[in-house]
Write a protein that binds this ligand. Structure first.
Ligand code: ARG
Length: 376
């Protein structure tokens, strides 16, 4: 007889997590009885349900384990919304919008994760197709529109949003083809099923128009960015249970916007425009015109968020906080695996203390974790 298929949820993963939970939270009374109950539930049903305390702690551990994240000092403060009873796209969309309101908090950004129903043996969970709950569209347009050139076509907006924009338009999205147009949420309940489209209510998309403290012309560039980076295309995996619909956010570090989203050649690609307005000599790389434009763009991002009363961190402060986190974890006898190439900021790396050292090695099998979501 062939061996029976392995259970849907790996009992070893479940065991590791329940042990870790009780090890780090001795007040919970020891793993014994809970471990037996969990293994029995997996035996009977193929999977198991986390208690609310396990879900909350598991989500915080997934943040603490995120090797690419510089912002982990505050992992204990994560607000975990237990929405596991929700499986319908309408309900998921409504709670994603509520997530944005809670996380945006009038500008005082709070780290939040909203956990919807997990994949179950009999039923995969619904998926949010967007990369983030708020992201800008990228419109491919013909003709002489002022925009970036992608594959010989003009692109208006954020190239990183182009695929989802095409999908939303197929689903009937009527858009203005603006440069900073918030994409609707697309939620798909089953593989192959037509996704449902939801437009953001106005009070969910806090945005900041960008100004420069010393250059009045900067405002005329018409640049802006949203306040809450909420990743919605990763699976939260805790103790062998997969939550593919678990959007989470922190607050921005300025360089993510100023040195990547608005600067990268395959994103908004603004350095040439900024350099020209600054009157820089762009005839040679050696004048460092890109570097100078980059710094002014980053000054504008930090200044504008600050003036608008929206939480944002600069890379110097966030680097110091990260090393404080590493030291704090070491005192507790725990490693802090970290990916140097993601932790070091994309400007002025050597000016920040995180540049000048190495970190504990990254183990891709470490759990709980936010992992790339597999296709259906
Ligand atoms: N880098 C991404 C962006 O610019 C966001 C990633 C998460 N960032 C964060 N600060 N939590 O949209």
């Amino acid at each position: 007889m062939p061996p029976p298929p392995p259970p849907f949820t790996d009992p070893d993963q479940a065991t590791d997590f329940i042990r870790q939970f009780h090890h780090e939270r001795p007040a919970a009374g020891g793993p014994g009885p809970r471990l037996r109950a969990v293994l029995d539930e997996i035996d009977r049903t193929g999977s198991y349900r986390h208690t609310p305390a396990e879900l909350t702690y598991g989500a915080k551990l997934a943040w603490r384990n995120a090797a690419r994240c510089i912002g982990r000092l505050y992992w204990r403060s994560l607000v975990v919304r237990d929405l596991r009873h929700l499986t319908e796209p309408d309900d998921i969309a409504a709670e994603c919008f509520e997530h944005l309101r809670l996380a945006g908090n009038g500008g005082r950004i709070r780290p939040v994760v909203s956990v919807f129903a997990p994949d179950r043996p009999d039923r995969p969970a619904a998926r949010i197709l967007n990369q983030q709950l708020v992201r800008y569209a990228g419109h491919r347009v013909g003709g002489d529109v002022d925009g970036g050139d992608v594959d010989g076509e003009d692109l208006v907006g954020d190239p990183a949003g182009a695929a989802l924009t095409a999908r939303a338009r197929e689903l009937g999205w009527k858009c203005a083809e603006d440069r900073f147009e918030v994409l609707p949420l697309l939620i798909q309940q089953r593989p192959g099923e037509r996704p449902v489209r939801y437009e953001h209510p106005d009070d969910t998309t806090l945005e900041v128009p960008l100004l420069h403290p010393d250059h009045a012309w900067f405002a005329d560039l018409g640049l802006r960015w949203y306040a809450v980076p909420a990743i919605s295309d990763m699976t939260l995996e805790i103790g062998g249970v997969r939550y593919p619909t678990a959007p989470f956010n922190g607050w921005y570090m300025g360089t993510e916007i100023g040195a990547r989203n608005l600067a990268d050649a395959d994103r908004y690609d603004m350095l040439g425009t900024v350099a020209e307005r600054l009157g820089l000599d762009t005839s040679s790389d050696r004048t460092l015109w890109r570097d100078r434009a980059l710094i002014e763009l980053n000054v504008a991002v930090l200044h504008s968020f600050q003036e608008a009363g929206v939480t944002i961190a600069d890379h110097h402060t966030e680097s110091e906080r990260f090393l404080k986190h590493v030291a704090q974890e070491a005192r507790l006898g725990r490693p802090t695996p970290a990916d140097w190439s993601w932790i070091v900021p994309p400007v002025s790396g050597g000016l920040t203390p995180v540049y000048h050292r190495y970190y504990d090695p990254v183990d891709p099998a470490l759990r709980p974790a936010f992992v790339p979501r597999e296709a259906w």
